[in-house]
Design a protein around this ligand. Structure first.
Ligand SMILES: [Zn+2]
Length: 359
């Protein structure tokens, strides 16, 4: 780890009521607002009154899919705007990223082709400002978006080096209305991002420092928050964890837990945050004792070098750590493990799982 680089061009603004003067970031700009129904509460709407919003897209769905995004994209091509304002969870911000990319001939399937590597035409990106309303994917400070093809049952990444938000604005008050299941799922996704950036070939001193901070915040606050959803202090800590996790895995990408999760989400309909986190104790058991820096980080996070604490937390949240409880047969598990060899995300991983000990 003697040579490393680190990059994040996004300006981060954090605090209660940070949206009160949001118009100062949009002077004379025509704005396309991208959100999903239910994300804009009345109080927030008042704060957007002084903005020059020329059009609103409010139907971005959870786990966004090509079919749906392409229809929205076709409409957006006819709208004159300078900048996108994305307000919502990770799926909304991922959808906004898809809509921000274009080429000069404005082809309606250009972004899909770009993601599926079917075009090498030059792309351009409209600037976008992100306001996350959940504490989870950290999409507002990473340069990629997750897009699903449910016909192929496959997850794709729109990953471009310039695909960072210009500004990410965080107000923990916005996360107060997130229901319990989504609060837990997104917090566990954050934990997975933090841990996956540690057992990662791309890890460096900067990412590890952020990852430890993020994971500690989740471990300390997730159960108290699950039992007290209106507590702004717990909400703030979890939101900060998602910032630190983003600062970590935004530079390393994810690893083996995410690589396994995509099959489970696409084929079993398990939410991303659960699919990428119920395997974390298993992965911890497999990596302990192999790399000093990973042992050191895990010990700092959990206070001990085993997966007991995390297993207890998942247990308290009623999340099983057994594949069979998600409807995954032994044959499917064999397939998932063997397909890791071809996975770019698993290629980042310093943990290599085999079927031995899993059955
Ligand atoms: Zn994730």
């Amino acid at each position: 780890m003697e040579h490393f680089s680190y990059h994040i061009p996004t300006k981060i603004i954090y605090g209660i009521d940070t949206l009160d003067d949001i118009e100062k970031y949009f002077t004379d700009k025509k704005i396309l607002l991208v959100t999903s129904k239910g994300h804009i509460k009345r109080g927030l709407l008042t704060k957007l009154e002084n903005l020059n919003i020329v059009a609103t897209i409010d139907n971005i769905k959870s786990h966004p899919e090509f079919n749906h995004l392409e229809k929205i994209y076709e409409k957006v091509l006819n709208i004159q705007f300078d900048i996108i304002l994305a307000i919502g969870g990770g799926s909304v911000i991922d959808g906004a990223k898809y809509l921000s990319v274009y080429n000069t001939s404005k082809e309606k399937d250009f972004v899909t082709k770009l993601i599926k590597k079917e075009t090498t035409k030059q792309y351009f990106i409209k600037p976008f400002i992100s306001v996350p309303t959940t504490a989870g994917t950290s999409s507002e400070i990473t340069p990629w978006a997750t897009i699903w093809d449910m016909d192929e049952k496959k997850k794709y990444s729109l990953h471009l080096p310039e695909l960072f938000s210009t500004i990410a604005i965080y107000d923990p008050v916005l996360t107060l209305s997130v229901p319990k299941d989504i609060t837990i799922q997104t917090a566990l996704d954050t934990l997975s991002h933090a841990l996956e950036s540690i057992w990662n070939k791309n890890a460096n001193e900067i990412t590890i420092t952020h990852a430890i901070k993020a994971a500690k915040l989740i471990i300390k606050n997730i159960i108290p928050l699950a039992n007290d959803l209106d507590n702004l202090e717990y909400r703030s800590n979890i939101l900060k964890a998602s910032i630190y996790a983003g600062l970590a895995f935004g530079n390393t990408q994810t690893a083996v837990a995410h690589a396994m999760s995509y099959y489970i989400t696409a084929h079993k309909g398990v939410d991303h945050g659960i699919a990428c986190s119920f395997t974390l104790p298993l992965i911890i058991d497999n990596i302990i004792g192999k790399y000093d820096f990973i042992d050191k980080a895990l010990k700092e996070i959990f206070g001990e070098l085993n997966s007991d604490k995390l297993r207890t937390i998942l247990n308290q949240l009623n999340i099983s750590t057994e594949f069979k409880d998600y409807g995954i047969t032994n044959d499917e598990l064999k397939y998932i493990i063997s397909s890791l060899q071809n996975s770019q995300r698993a290629g980042n991983s310093l943990v290599h799982l085999s079927m031995d000990g899993l059955l």
